[in-house]
Design a protein around this ligand. Structure first.
Ligand code: PLP
Length: 481
């Protein structure tokens, strides 16, 4: 492709993205296609000749958009917020345009040094002490895997790096709450701990990890001759944004010599507002922590922030080349390939830089507060409306609720009713939320935090829920009839 064509098509596509964002509210939030429908619109063999890019651009509206669930729609209340600010889209364009691999300092010094700058800005923004150093990873899953590998090596005095799982030592054990994200289970498996050595610690009524249960589990394992290794605390669980007591967990970890990893994938963003920092009180004692700016903060996927207290430990586990280890230790330059799993690295720091200059820390704080206030508004409606239940505290932007039809006594019927409400709302296309099960109870989970979500969108969602509950209750014979 020559430069003139690139310029022309590029301008056209920027317009297409801008138009898409402008009209997003008119589109059904959840994609309505059936499995295989998109695939069937494509030829089954690849194009032999070139020069046909126009066909793809023309097909975006008709072929691709119907198969898109609109994550940046202001009425997207499913899963978790996944913003992709316009500023970060432009940064991604620059990243792609430069086409660099930032695996070591020398392969593009700017890629490393801009990352160092923005990660230190980020550290300050969420109030972490300067004992922490940050590096960008692709996802929280990878960051936590990295943490578990480091914990494993520290506990085994680097023996597993040498001998793998063949060293014949007693097994190492991982601890996390029964509300922990599914990625921790996968990471424990990948890091070689084995599912058998992952303990799900009981939670209290607010769904936060019980410190006494953690201490008991560690003592029991120790008496059984196992080696307690790492505890994963969560600030903002996926189900209900529950807040594990980090300071208390840190005390137990310290007493027993465990690594403390903090998963704040969603909630970390909230810490830009100092008023919310009590939620991870004790964070300064963590050995590592992760949060995803690509969720609530604004920059588009992928941008996961991994902070460690001892980068030399990280580099010692991840480095494949002793000479680079020396360079990292003397602190002159960083070779970020030794700070994580993949060798190749995109210039993702551009997204954070562009986004921060565009929104500013003050803008970000205001948006986080807006979203938390909107969640509190919805929680108040649920609390004051007969027939509706809230199943968890609302410290942040997620509300876990359900409708209990009159006379419904057994869980199976309540579950069916709420699944029907979710289906009705989601298929209606005007809003999208996630049904989920919390300790055996069917719930509807509303996660607020798209950049464009204002109070009116949350009010509209509440009306949708009330209407869906009424319609579904009408169709369900109750004992009163
Ligand atoms: C989203 C989330 C994850 C997983 O994040 P990825 O970046 O997709 O791997 C892990 N833990 C929590 C608490 C999350 O909210």
């Amino acid at each position: 492709m020559d430069s003139d064509t690139f310029r022309k098509l590029g301008h056209e596509l920027v317009d297409w993205i801008a138009d898409y964002r402008d009209r997003i509210e008119s589109l059904p939030v959840m994609s309505r296609v059936r499995p295989g429908e998109i695939r069937a619109r494509f030829p089954s063999t690849p194009p032999a000749g070139g020069g046909r890019l126009r066909e793809a651009i023309d097909a975006l509206d008709a072929v691709v958009l119907p198969g898109i669930t609109h994550w940046t729609h202001p009425s997207f209340f499913a899963y978790f917020p996944s913003n992709a600010s316009r500023a970060s889209i432009l940064a991604d364009l620059v990243c792609a345009g430069l086409g660099v691999q930032g695996m070591s300092w020398q392969t593009s010094p700017a890629a490393t040094e801009v990352e160092e700058v923005v990660m230190d800005w980020l550290r300050q923004m969420v109030g972490l002490p300067d004992t922490f150093t940050g590096v960008i990873q692709d996802t929280a899953s990878t960051s936590t895997l990295t943490a578990l590998l480091c914990a494993r090596e520290r506990s085994s005095n680097f023996s597993q790096n040498r001998e793998g799982l063949q060293g014949g030592e007693p097994p190492l054990v991982v601890y996390a709450s029964d509300q922990v994200h599914s990625s921790i289970e996968k990471d424990a498996l990948l890091a070689g701990f084995g599912k058998k050595h992952l303990r799900f610690i009981a939670t209290d009524r607010a769904h936060a990890m019980r410190i006494d249960a953690l201490a008991e589990a560690i003592e029991a394992d120790r008496s059984a001759g196992l080696r307690p290794c790492v505890v994963v605390a969560t600030t903002g669980t996926t189900g209900t944004t529950a807040l594990d007591p980090v300071a208390g967990i840190a005390g137990v970890a310290r007493r027993h010599g465990l690594w403390l990893h903090l998963d704040a994938a969603l909630a970390g963003t909230a810490m830009v507002e100092p008023e919310y920092r009590w939620m991870w009180r004790g964070v300064e004692e963590a050995d590592s922590l992760v949060f995803n700016p690509h969720k609530w903060m604004g920059p588009g996927f992928d941008l996961s922030a991994y902070f460690v207290r001892d980068p030399q430990h990280l580099v010692r586990v991840m480095s494949t080349n002793p000479s680079y280890l020396r360079t990292a230790q003397d602190g002159e330059v960083r070779n970020l390939r030794d700070w994580g799993i993949p060798l190749g690295r995109r210039f993702r720091a551009l997204k954070l830089w562009f986004h921060l200059l565009d929104e500013g820390v003050d803008g970000m704080r205001a948006r986080v507060r807006r979203d938390v206030e909107n969640a509190h508004w919805l929680a108040d409606r649920v609390d004051e409306t007969p027939g509706w239940e809230r199943l968890a505290p609302v410290p942040l932007q997620t509300v876990t609720l359900r409708h209990v039809p009159q006379g419904a006594s057994d869980e199976a019927r309540v579950a069916e009713h709420n699944l029907a409400i979710a289906r009705r709302v989601n298929e209606g296309g005007r809003a999208y939320l996630t049904p989920s099960v919390l300790k055996g109870q069917q719930t509807l989970r509303v996660s607020i935090g798209a950049e464009g979500t204002e109070r009116r969108h949350v009010e509209a969602l509440w009306r949708e829920l009330l209407e869906a509950a009424r319609a579904e209750s009408g169709g369900t014979p109750g004992p009163e009839r």
